[in-house]
Design a protein around this ligand. Structure first.
Ligand code: ZN
Length: 246
């Protein structure tokens, strides 16, 4: 293949733009914020089971506490009714009076037991509520950190995307200036090797960084200025520049 040496030099400009686009895409993929968001998501997910467990336990305990309160209310009501009957003086039968007094005593003991039981449940509620608060506190902190990381990510994305758009516009302007066959060859090599063209610098291929053999240097020297040269080792288009040292 043949191409004007100035066109060959411009291939290095095209490669520079493509390399810049590759670096920008890499930077976009490997932003530290992406790893941070992933890490925070894992931490939030790790807390989820504990939070669900504590919430379930808490609602069970609260139901238990409600049950105690209802029972205590019932006992209190019944006791108040008994005490009222005793105070009314309406009951004069000693056996009946004794039965009611006995029931009041029983209800008083029962109320005390229920109140002890409720207190125990309330202490458990307090403990579990503290656990739950600690877990949701951690989760909320992670979510806040995640939101901050997302904002930084989006800011970086916007900056990178603007740079990509600028670089791509330059590339789109430059690309049509090449002969179709040369551009196609460049693209084919670039798809395979990551880069399509490289300058020869100090007797070395700038693409794979291998020193050219004596016979390769002789071939390069013998080639016409418009011959499109390719490095046998890596297949890339080798562009001769003023700094090639040949
Ligand atoms: Zn090479």
């Amino acid at each position: 293949m043949k191409a004007d040496p100035f066109v060959q030099l411009r291939l290095l400009d095209l490669q520079a733009l493509d390399s810049a686009l590759d670096r920008l895409a890499h930077r976009r993929r490997t932003l530290p914020e992406l790893a941070e968001i992933e890490r925070l998501d894992a931490q939030v997910a790790g807390l989820r089971d504990g939070i669900v467990r504590a919430e379930t336990e808490l609602s069970d305990l609260q139901r238990e506490q409600d049950r105690f309160e209802r029972e205590i209310d019932q006992v209190r009501t019944r006791k108040a009714r008994d005490e009222e009957r005793l105070a009314s003086g309406a009951i004069t039968n000693p056996k009946q009076l004794q039965d009611i007094e006995h029931e009041v005593a029983t209800l008083t003991r029962r109320q005390s037991d229920l109140e002890d039981g409720e207190l125990e449940v309330m202490e458990k509620v307090e403990t579990v509520q503290k656990e739950l608060d600690a877990l949701t506190g951690q989760r909320d902190q992670h979510l806040a950190d995640r939101a901050a990381a997302e904002a930084r990510r989006d800011e970086a994305f916007a900056e990178i995307d603007a740079e990509i758009a600028r670089t791509r516009a330059q590339r789109d302007e430059l690309a049509p200036s090449f002969p179709a066959d040369l551009l196609a060859l460049y693209e084919k090599i670039r798809a395979k090797e990551g880069t399509g063209a490289a300058a020869i610098g100090q007797g070395r291929c700038g693409g794979c960084r291998l020193d050219l053999m004596q016979n390769e240097i002789a071939d390069v020297r013998a080639a016409g200025v418009d011959d499109v040269l390719r490095h046998e080792e890596c297949g890339r288009i080798m562009v001769r520049t003023a700094e090639s040292g040949l």
